[in-house]
Design a protein around this ligand. Structure first.
Ligand code: HEC
Ligand code: HEC
Length: 455
């Protein structure tokens, strides 16, 4: 005998049907939105000219290994106390974790590094060295004082620049060794063994002399010779010069710290699931309403141009000026006052403190600087800065007014922003972090050919 289904059963069946179809509706909506967001973002990136990074040609292992030793060897500094790695350390994310670097005479590493009170602190924040091994770099330093221009390569050394440098990164490597505060030291200095510092005796414009003397130091260190022979096979030792040193350092920097595995880079390579929904929304803002890509443009996330975004001046000043005036120190143009190069942003979450002078130690503060430079200057919290730099902050309303005369008008676009939008932007910045950048311990050699102690 057949039973008629009871009303209770009918209701249960109806309920299950409704839950199922509502769920289905919800799922299709989410994926419709997801597809929308992905398509929107891909369109935005392609109209903004952002594509996957293109690696430069591979360097030989022997050249990279030579570069590693040179990069970590304090032999390159006048007093044999500072190496490139002192300020660009793998355990400090290729920088030094300080607002302003501490060079010659300093002791220790990172936030524990102590400055020699008798010496001038380095005027600027150490720039990170990520992804310099890709195509597209044509400037170096916060003020673009090394740049490939329509008129050729411009550097502080003018006609003294040697021929035979591989690229702009190799060109850059010639200059830290000439800086008295960073590596070279002062006339009359003795090195850590009490021997005279022969590199310090040259005047600041005798670049050729400094490079010659440094080459003599390195090529007379027996342990280096087989390494140069392996890196430059077939080259007679008498033809070795400063360019072989610089080219090897650049080969190391470029090969060691160029990564393509950040969520953003994986997205650019075609993977729609690499970035979180929040990061994608942040990217849309970055390349859209927030106006960030007006300056952080292209695949390197920098236009490599200089802009004044009104960051509060602090530190010892530069080139005899109590305020680091940025590009104005080179060009003498008022429009260049406190203009600094747009920084690239890969791994930016790891490389604080940020800005040309390390003025900020949170990315929220960095973003607010762009959104409201007037308020950022007025409300700058000195207490957030390393104690020894607090008294160097130039909180002076007359200076602020002058600073605003050259403020970049492109900042205007960014001023309408909710807290939620800022969280999305932060999620996007986070998606620029490469998992490979999180542990760089292996970049450090166990010892250097000079036998000197380092880091
Ligand atoms: C005392 C700290 C210190 C030492 C030592 C040092 N640097 Fe730097 N480095 C800095 C600072 C500070 C800047 C930014 C200076 C500026 O822009 O005026 C910088 C900038 C750079 C840049 C520019 C990156 C870019 O995109 O513009 C590179 C590359 C670099 N350093 C490599 C080196 C190498 C190679 C050595 C060793 C030969 C070295 N540094 C030694 C502190 C240091
Ligand atoms: C007018 C050009 C311009 C625009 C627009 C712009 N930036 Fe910047 N950004 C710069 C410059 C220049 C600096 C360095 C300023 C300095 O040190 O004085 C900088 C610094 C930064 C830094 C610190 C990086 C570091 O390594 O120190 C971050 C992060 C950043 N910008 C993110 C953003 C975001 C997010 C936006 C959009 C809300 C944005 N920027 C819009 C030019 C710009």
């Amino acid at each position: 005998m057949l039973h008629k289904p009871s009303p209770k059963l009918w209701w249960t069946a109806f309920f299950i049907f409704m839950v199922f179809s509502l769920n289905l509706l919800f799922l299709t909506q989410v994926s419709a939105n997801g597809t929308d967001l992905d398509t929107q973002l891909r369109n935005k990136l392609s109209s903004s000219g952002v594509t996957s990074l293109i690696p430069l040609l591979n360097e030989s292992t022997a050249k990279v290994e030579l570069g590693r030793f040179l990069f970590f060897d304090p032999l390159l500094s006048g007093n044999r106390d500072v190496s490139c790695a002192t300020c660009h350390h793998p355990e400090l994310e290729t920088a030094d974790a300080l607002a302003l670097s501490i060079g010659v005479g300093g002791r220790g590493l990172g936030t524990k590094r102590m400055a020699d009170p008798e010496r001038t602190r380095v005027a600027r924040n150490a720039i990170e060295l990520f992804n310099r091994g890709v195509e597209g770099w044509h400037t170096m330093f916060w003020d673009n004082r090394i740049a490939e221009t329509a008129d050729g390569l411009v550097t502080p050394a003018g006609a003294q620049l040697p021929e035979g440098l591989d690229n702009i990164l190799a060109t850059q490597a010639l200059f830290p060794v000439t800086s008295r505060d960073e590596m070279r030291g002062l006339v009359g200095d003795k090195d850590i063994f009490g021997q005279p510092n022969e590199l310090a005796n040259f005047t600041d414009t005798e670049f050729g002399g400094i490079w010659q003397a440094l080459s003599e130091r390195i090529f007379s260190t027996a342990a280096y010779l087989p390494l140069f022979e392996a890196a430059y096979p077939g080259l007679e030792p008498q033809y070795l010069n400063i360019t072989h040193i610089a080219n090897a350092i650049a080969a190391f920097e470029a090969s060691e710290w160029t990564f393509f595995d950040s969520p953003f880079d994986r997205h650019l390579a075609g993977n729609d699931t690499a970035m979180s929904q929040d990061a994608k929304l942040g990217a849309l803002l970055f390349y859209g309403e927030a106006g960030c890509s007006a300056c952080h443009s292209g695949s390197l996330l920098t236009d490599q141009q200089t802009h004044n975004i009104g960051v509060i001046p602090l530190g010892p000043g530069k080139s005899g000026s109590p305020v680091d005036m940025g590009v104005k120190l080179l060009s003498d143009q008022d429009t260049d006052l406190c203009a600094f190069r747009t920084p690239p942003l890969r791994n930016v979450t790891l490389t604080g403190p940020w800005m040309h002078n390390g003025a900020f130690s949170t990315l929220e503060d960095v973003i607010w600087q762009h959104l409201d430079p007037e308020a950022a200057l007025r409300l700058y919290d000195v207490a957030k800065l390393e104690p020894s730099l607090q008294t160097t902050v130039k909180q002076d309303s007359e200076l602020f007014a002058t600073l605003f005369t050259s403020l970049d008008p492109r900042l205007e676009r960014a001023r309408v922003m909710s807290d939620e939008d800022i969280d999305y932007l932060l999620a996007f910045l986070d998606a620029l972090t490469s998992p490979s950048a999180l542990d760089l311990k292996d970049s450090r050699p166990d010892a250097v050919p000079s036998g000197l102690a380092f880091d």
